[in-house]
Ligand binder design. Structure first.
Ligand SMILES: Nc1ncnc2c1ncn2[C@@H]1O[C@H](COP(=O)(O)OP(=O)(O)OP(=O)(O)O)[C@@H](O)[C@H]1O
Length: 711
């Protein structure tokens, strides 16, 4: 038994080893089989989900959308993109998921069933970037390309950074309700281009029949399309649309600026209508998208931020809530308030403080010999002294007073300083601040904070309207960080007194960080020539200190605008001509028109006139960039940065002072010349707002002049 047992033991041992080996192999095979089955199930399920969602999206193709399904990610051998959807609402890069657990956005990352699935979000963003690069060659802004994750079998409508998360049921309605951004010709061209760049995907390991069921017809081999033809078609379509839908075009030069990397503060300048704001808006959206941070888009005027916010929301809704459109002063007040810094801004009391200071130390001083109007000296304090942050007489005594015409010798400067000190004393007695104080306080606060302002980038539009302290404040928020500060503006459109150079603000813009746009996309030759003739003699110095002649070279690309003149002998006749011109328009044409005036008084007058004549009016103070009924009515200054299909300037020439008479502060003096220069700049701005019609009304007989008065 023992031997048998021993022999039997040896045979039994090898059988047992074989059995163990067999078991091990079985376990391995089972595991492989289980994995293969799971893989197959996942694949089949994903494929079903993909097809269900594609079927949903097919209904969009009946409404002008184009769907490309299962495409190869360019530059890779085996990676694919589930879908590319191109339609009036933009370009969507879609990743379809068939997850058992619902997606959960958490602190900017993607989770599902408690596990991180963020690699899917990151891959989608990387493919989206490839799509952005692809459409950039057609002049399309990266902000029109949007990543979307579609979840089969889930109900979800959420956002995760720039990625939209939509469930199977939500995706169709959500995309259908997207507002129109692209005209039909662009949709066609983009789809054809993307079909070429993202070819059909062929999985080397996939022997299933091609998934054609959900694939709509795509025309892929039409050859190269005509880019100019496309642009023309897009422009034609936009021309018919309300003016609010204009701002979605970019040329390759603009696009390059939107996407560029700048190692420090940058600046974009260029004549009126050259697309500076369009670049600024697209860049703000692009930076918000790319960095995931917040962007401040600041300007001087109160009404412009509302309008720009509306445009941006239409253009790039996914990032709209991360871009703050603010007027500089309202932002600064809030900034101080949030930090517990007391501000007592009181315009009227500050005005009283100045009036008293003028009465006590200004009116009878040598200043009155130069200009007896207190306004000039108030401006000197506001724009030259406080606006530039001057705090000692020694600084002021030697200051180059940019864009100020009256030459001030030392006794005059001493008199100005005495006036300034008296004003500050009166103001302090009333314990109130003026607008300049708000900016100075905010600058002191920001400078001490070492850039912890919560913004990754600051874009400043119409920078020429800001004071030096205002620009310093915005610079302090982001410092010299890469892509931090972008200043956009045009010195020819300065409508406030005084000026400064960027170097005064310690902002160093060098090399390719200073860019100039030259192609005017808004005004025809006739309108540009008319506007330039107003400022032809007014050479101006821009923020870089460069002197430019008033009649500057502009490349024209838009050829449809015309100037209409109505010169009538009486004011009554002139006003009748204006009313007749407005009555002749359709309601939509009136909504795309603006009546612009140089003073508050004139605005009030034309408000009464239009209302009595039954013409609906929408004040520019209220206008927010959404299509609204009624003729827009406002001042030249409030029209800054805006544009209209038709612009009506009643008695436009009445504000231009005659240059003949002589006298202190009167026509012919240096200060009067300076006022005239500002009036001409404002008129220039008003004229260049017109796209299709610039209507210029004038009164040829006596009584056609307004007293010159600012707002
Ligand atoms: N590449 C382009 N193709 C067609 N239209 C364009 C293009 N770029 C800008 N536009 C259009 O030109 C007009 C002027 O653009 P924008 O307001 O940005 O110019 P701007 O330089 O900021 O003007 P301004 O200094 O006079 O306020 C807008 O209607 C805009 O949509």
């Amino acid at each position: 038994m023992a031997a048998a047992g021993a022999a039997g033991g040896s045979a039994g041992g090898s059988a047992s080893r074989r059995a163990q080996e067999a078991r091990r192999q079985e376990r391995v095979l089972r595991e492989q089989w289980r994995a293969a089955r799971q893989q197959a199930e996942r694949w089949e399920a994903a494929s079903e989900g993909e097809q269900r969602i594609a079927a949903q999206l097919l209904m969009l193709t009946e409404r002008g959308w184009r769907l490309l399904v299962d495409r190869r990610w360019p530059g890779t051998r085996a990676a694919n993109v589930d879908m590319l959807l191109i339609g009036p609402g933009g370009v969507f890069v879609i990743d379809v998921k068939n997850w058992r657990a619902a997606p959960e956005p958490s602190c900017g990352r993607l989770l599902a069933g408690g596990f991180s699935r963020d690699e899917h979000r990151r891959k989608l963003l990387a493919v989206t970037k490839a799509a952005e690069v692809a459409v950039a060659s057609l002049g399309m802004s990266p902000v029109a390309v949007r990543p979307l994750m579609a979840f089969a079998g889930q109900r979800v409508d959420a956002e995760l950074g720039r990625v939209r998360l939509l469930g199977e049921h939500e995706i169709g309605p959500a995309l259908l309700s997207e507002r129109t951004r692209l005209p039909a010709a662009s949709v066609r061209a983009l789809a054809e281009h993307l079909a070429r760049v993202f070819p059909e995907y062929e999985d080397p390991a996939d022997h299933r029949p091609a998934r054609t069921a959900a694939r709509p017809p795509t025309t892929e081999a039409d050859g190269l399309f005509d880019l100019d033809g496309l642009r023309e078609a897009a422009l034609d379509e936009a021309r018919r649309a309300p003016i609010e839908q204009w701002m979605s075009f970019l040329d390759p030069e603009q696009l390059a600026l939107v996407r560029r990397n700048w190692a420090g503060p940058a600046r974009i300048s260029g004549p009126a209508g050259t697309g500076k704001t369009v670049v600024g808006l697209h860049r703000a959206a692009h930076l918000a998208q790319r960095t995931g941070g917040r962007v401040l888009y600041a300007t001087f005027a109160n009404n412009l931020p509302r309008v720009q916010a509306t445009f941006l929301k239409a253009m790039a809704p996914a990032v709209a809530d991360r871009i703050d459109f603010r007027s500089l002063h309202s932002w600064a007040q809030e900034y101080l308030h949030d930090r517990g810094v007391p501000v007592r801004l009181h315009k009227d009391k500050a005005e009283t403080a100045f009036s008293l200071a003028w009465k006590h130390v200004g009116r009878d001083s040598c200043l009155a010999e130069i200009d007896p109007l207190p306004r000039y000296w108030r401006d000197e304090i506001d724009y030259v002294i406080k606006g530039r942050g001057i705090t000692s007489f020694d600084e002021y005594a030697v200051l180059a007073r940019r864009r100020r015409r009256a030459a001030l010798r030392r006794p005059h400067r001493q008199a100005v300083w005495a006036l300034y000190e008296a004003y500050e004393a009166e103001r302090a007695e009333r314990a109130v601040h003026d607008f300049n104080d708000v900016l100075s306080l905010a600058l002191a606060e920001a400078a001490g904070r070492n850039h912890h302002c919560g913004y990754t980038a600051v874009v400043v539009d119409e920078v020429q309207d800001l004071t030096l302290v205002g620009v310093r404040l915005l610079h302090a928020l982001v410092g010299d960080s890469s892509n931090g500060l972008l200043l956009i503006g045009d010195g020819q459109q300065s409508v406030y007194p005084g000026g400064f150079r960027l170097s005064d603000a310690g902002i160093d813009i060098r090399g390719d960080r200073g860019q100039v746009l030259r192609a005017n996309y808004r005004n025809s030759k006739e309108i540009v020539d008319t506007a330039l003739s107003v400022v032809a003699e007014d050479a101006f110095e821009d923020l870089d200190g460069l002197r430019t002649p008033g009649r500057r070279d502009v490349d024209l690309t838009y050829h449809h605008g015309q100037v209409q003149r109505a010169a009538l002998p009486t004011v009554a006749g002139h006003d009748q001509a204006l009313l007749a011109a407005l009555h002749a328009l359709t309601p939509q044409e009136r909504a795309d028109s603006a009546v612009l005036c140089s003073s508050k008084r004139a605005i009030e007058r034309y408000l009464r006139l239009l209302t009595r004549a039954g013409i609906g009016v929408c004040s520019l103070e209220q206008y927010d960039g959404n299509p609204s009924e009624g003729v827009k009515l406002g001042s030249y200054r409030r029209a800054k940065g805006l544009e209209f299909k038709r612009v009506y300037l009643p008695r436009y020439d009445a504000v231009l002072p005659p240059e003949t008479k002589q006298g202190n502060g009167g026509a012919g003096s240096e200060t009067a010349y300076e006022r005239g220069e500002l009036a001409r700049s404002q008129l220039f701005v008003a004229m260049t707002r017109a796209r299709d019609v610039l209507w210029l009304g004038s009164v040829t007989g006596a009584g056609g002049e307004y007293p010159i008065r600012g707002e």
